[in-house]
Design a protein around this ligand. Structure first.
Ligand code: BGC
Length: 764
């Protein structure tokens, strides 16, 4: 995962020297079918296969394979798309080659992993999810699209909507957490943000929903590992966010690397054709993940020719980087292993995407140097990034209102995450300008100026083990390493701490301790940092833990000993300023956890919407013999899903229902009054869960079905009304029918998934 180097310099020079102007205006007034039919009528089989080939801009991006001979292949019509090539100049140069030097002048689609911002980086997706603010999330995607499209791109490999209930899996950072309903709403918001209401507009991007499917359920949380799951669970819990993104109009889908019940996704016809196309009516195109076709060989499905044919026939249209399609499909056609209709289908869908993006009309519509200058990193975007970061932070603990701090005196920022700008954007921010991202220290200084004296010390290394630290600081996400004995570093840190009124311990993970290929078995704060924290606490000074994390961490010890914990994930470009805003009370934290924080990694997977089992624990018990539990740790999470504190307090009135029965086709109103009973203005996320108490299949003990985020001034109250309909009660039964069964339901309303009021109603 790196930024690309310069490429196609020759082409760039040629284009500008000759002043070529596009001869294009192929795309007519709107009859896509005829236009593509006519174009495909002129295409050779090689040219059709060429459209299915997606290459990198000349260097490895997220895998070890590198695309070669890109310029020559463009001219020969052997490339349909390029990814991770940016700037209007370079994109223009490559596009010039395609539209002026290839036989049929078919424009290229330009993609990239624009995951949580382009140059203006927003919090990592798990952090954005913690905002529970769909308008904000949509806006971050809109800004990402505006910046990326100004830099020549028209396609993003986002949103990543993989549900994950396993914090060992590093890529949990890249999605929206554990919940089906929240994940689905976020998926829609992101697609709307990227695509707007006009895919062909110069400021929008085509979305790519990934990773289809079930990538987040990898066994043991180990990346790329197998998933094996019942259909019932897939349909009810894991597939809805992908479907929501598709229903919102996402133009493309990316396959996942994993095996699904014996057939890897990239060769899985049931998934790509039966579910995606036939059941969900998806009409865009499917791209593989990076070399995922080739990886089918290691999965054990055959040689490159076999697996390329399998993948195409399964319903995949574009091959990312591996060139299995490019190099074998013609032979497979000649040998009758694929049909011309298979290739035509794939080619047509790729061309349709280009048509919808308006590329046939103007292949250079995303290449406007002036717009790039105006749009990228503009102050309004940075302001939104600061706001988004502040809204993503989750206050996990705040004993005796230690926070907010007063803007006075001396604060010691101590820990390996205090002064590293490169780690602030978080994982999967491939286009971030790392050299110019302020560190936490710099960002805080910029906000606080002379009001607060900030002193700083590294405190400890990130990790004891040098090799582990190297693996955890790849791609330029550096953290200085001090090779002196730990005791010497600590002694110095304590000297710094002594001079302060308050210690802010800046600990946790580096950005590359989560993300792709970054699974962990121990999800605690690394031991060397814990020792630092213990020593800081021993000073007797107030200690605030500012926790950097790309996943739920186990914080049992910290929760017991540290008076205040603010989880800031990785907040993006404006992390430092946003942390200052929250620590000093200019912004009241309002984030709520989108994934459960376990007490112990051995509880994983631990999620709130679990089944009851036939031997649940009695209420209030944490161990009973012959009941479903552990000998050593209770079943409870440390912090439940939906949890997060505020500097103020919110008091809930009694939850009321307007009826005891929900009529099919009608609605039931669930109301509650919420009052800000504290001293600060603040935001609260009111959450509504249901439980289907009796059914033909077992149902989760709680399922989120609604939420409302509101802002209240001190003393202010608001009445919230949720409308429940039959739709909210539906689930997939054993026949995979989407039904709402009659019977009794519980409805829960509250401030998180644990602290709720319960009422009952029935459906006839
Ligand atoms: C990742 C994808 C990403 C692709 C292209 C892969 O390794 O799994 O999420 O879109 O690389 O960078």
């Amino acid at each position: 995962m790196k930024t690309h180097t310069q490429l196609l310099i020759f082409a760039c020079v040629t284009a500008f020297c000759t002043g070529m102007t596009p001869v294009f205006a192929q795309q007519g007034s709107g009859d896509m079918d005829n236009f593509i039919k006519e174009l495909m009528g002129k295409m050779t089989i090689d040219e059709k296969i060429g459209q299915l080939n997606l290459v990198t801009a000349g260097e490895a991006v997220t895998g070890s394979v590198v695309s070669t001979d890109v310029e020559a292949k463009i001219k020969e019509g052997k490339i349909g798309g390029i990814f991770s090539m940016t700037t209007p100049q370079r994109v223009r140069a490559a596009q010039e080659l395609a539209v002026n030097h290839s036989r049929l002048k078919i424009p290229i689609i330009f993609g990239m992993d624009v995951i949580h911002g382009y140059k203006t980086i927003f919090p990592i997706p798990l952090g954005l999810a913690a905002s529970w603010d769909m308008g904000l999330i949509q806006e971050t995607a809109r800004i990402a699209a505006a910046e990326a499209s100004a830099d020549g791109l028209n396609w993003t490999f986002s949103p990543m909507v993989d549900i994950s209930r396993d914090p060992r899996w590093g890529r949990i950072s890249e999605g929206s957490g554990e919940d089906t309903y929240l994940g689905s709403r976020i998926a829609e918001a992101m697609v709307r943000g990227y695509q707007g209401d006009d895919l062909a507009a110069a400021h929008t991007l085509m979305a790519c929903v990934k990773h289809f499917a079930l990538y987040g359920a990898a066994e043991a949380g180990r990346d790329y590992n197998t998933t094996d799951m019942s259909l019932h669970r897939m349909y009810n819990e894991y597939l809805p966010p992908y479907k929501a993104a598709i229903d919102a109009g996402a133009g493309s889908v990316m396959t996942s690397f994993n095996d699904i019940n014996g057939v890897p996704a990239t060769a899985n016809k049931w998934l790509m054709t039966d579910v995606l196309r036939k059941q969900w009516g998806f009409d865009g195109f499917v791209v593989t993940d990076y070399t995922a076709v080739n990886e089918l060989i290691d999965h054990g499905l055959g040689d490159l020719q076999d697996v390329s044919a399998l993948s195409l026939k399964a319903g995949v249209e574009m091959d990312m980087v591996g060139e299995g399609f490019l190099t074998t499909l013609k032979k497979s056609l000649e040998e009758g292993k694929v049909s011309e209709a298979d290739i035509d289908r794939a080619c047509r869908l790729v061309l349709e995407a280009k048509y919808k993006l308006g590329l046939f009309e103007d292949p250079f519509r995303y290449c406007d140097e002036e717009r790039a200058k105006q749009v990228i990193l503009n102050p309004a975007h940075l302001a939104k990034a600061r706001e988004a970061a502040g809204k993503s932070f989750v206050l996990l603990k705040n004993d005796q209102q230690l926070l907010p701090l007063k803007k006075q005196g001396t604060v010691a920022l101590i820990g390996p995450l205090a002064n590293t700008g490169t780690n602030m954007p978080g994982t999967w921010s491939v286009s971030a300008d790392l050299a110019n991202t302020p560190s936490l220290l710099e960002g805080m200084q910029a906000v606080l100026g002379n009001q607060v004296k900030i002193i700083h010390h590294l405190g400890s290394n990130l990790l004891d083990d040098t090799a582990y630290q190297e693996r955890a600081t790849m791609f330029g996400r550096t953290i200085p390493r001090d090779e002196r004995p730990e005791a010497d570093i600590l002694a110095e840190a304590l000297e710094t701490a002594k001079q302060a009124d308050v210690i802010v311990a800046t600990l946790g993970e580096s950005s590359e301790m989560s993300g792709e290929s970054s699974s962990r078995t121990d999800i605690g704060i690394p031991a060397v940092q814990q020792r630092l924290l213990a020593a800081l606490l021993k000073t007797g000074k107030p200690v605030v833990l500012v926790l950097f994390a790309g996943r739920p961490l186990t914080l049992t010890w910290e929760n017991e000993h540290v008076p205040a914990i603010l989880n800031v994930w990785f907040g993006g470009t404006e992390t430092g300023k946003a942390v200052a805003d929250v620590l000093f009370g200019d912004v009241n934290p309002s984030g709520k956890l989108p994934a459960t924080f376990p007490q112990h990694v051995g509880q994983v997977p631990l999620y709130y919407s679990h089944k009851n089992t036939g031997r649940p624990l009695a209420e209030g018990q944490w161990f009973q013999k012959f009941r479903s539990n552990y000998l050593d740790v209770s079943n409870e999470p440390l912090y439940p899903f939906g949890y997060g504190l505020s500097y103020t307090t919110f008091t809930y009135g009694e939850v009321t229902l307007n009826a005891t029965e929900l009529q099919r086709g009608g609605k039931l109103q669930v109301s509650v009054g919420v009052t800000n009973t504290g001293n600060y203005a603040g935001e609260e996320v009111v959450q509504l869960y249901i439980r289907d108490l009796v059914g033909s299949v077992t149902r989760p003990v709680k399922e989120l079905k609604g939420f409302r985020k509101l802002r209240l001034e001190p003393g202010q109250s608001q009445q919230i009304v949720f409308d429940l309909t039959e739709e909210d009660l539906k689930f997939y039964n054993t026949e995979l029918e989407h039904v709402a069964e009659p019977g009794e339901f519980a409805v829960f309303v509250g401030t998180n998934s644990r602290d709720v009021q319960e009422k009952h109603f029935s459906l006839r």
